[in-house]
Design a protein around this ligand. Structure first.
Ligand SMILES: [Zn+2]
Length: 116
């Protein structure tokens, strides 16, 4: 089985190893020169399925990892970043004073003289 794992690793890396045994069932291949990795077309199909399933599983695992990482980042963000919305009372008074063509002091003075 060690030989098969080594073969699969080489195969996944784009290599073309030529073992003299069937990589699926381990049966000796009579003519290794033919570069058949399996003893029969059936075993060949099985071999492809095994390797493809393994690569797909790996890709899926990577995707899930990335998604989990993104979720963690989103959680770290503040949910309601509305700090900018809040304007202080002082700022409002100054703005109102400017609208009326007065300084803040003048505005506050007229405001108090009116109310008293
Ligand atoms: Zn076989």
């Amino acid at each position: 089985m060690d030989e098969r794992d080594a073969y699969e690793a080489e195969w996944e890396q784009g290599g073309s190893p030529s073992p003299d045994f069937c990589v699926v069932c381990g049966k000796q291949i009579d003519v290794p020169r033919a570069r058949k990795y399996t003893c029969s077309p059936d075993c060949k199909r099985k071999m492809r399925n095994i390797i493809e399933a393994r690569t797909k599983g790996q890709k899926r695992a990577d995707k899930q990892k990335r998604r989990a990482a993104l979720k963690t980042i989103e959680k770290a963000k503040p949910l309601h970043p509305d700090v900018k919305k809040k304007t202080s009372h002082l700022t409002e008074c100054i703005a109102a004073a400017r609208k009326a063509g007065m300084t803040y002091g003048q505005y506050m003075g007229t405001k108090y003289s009116r109310s008293t």
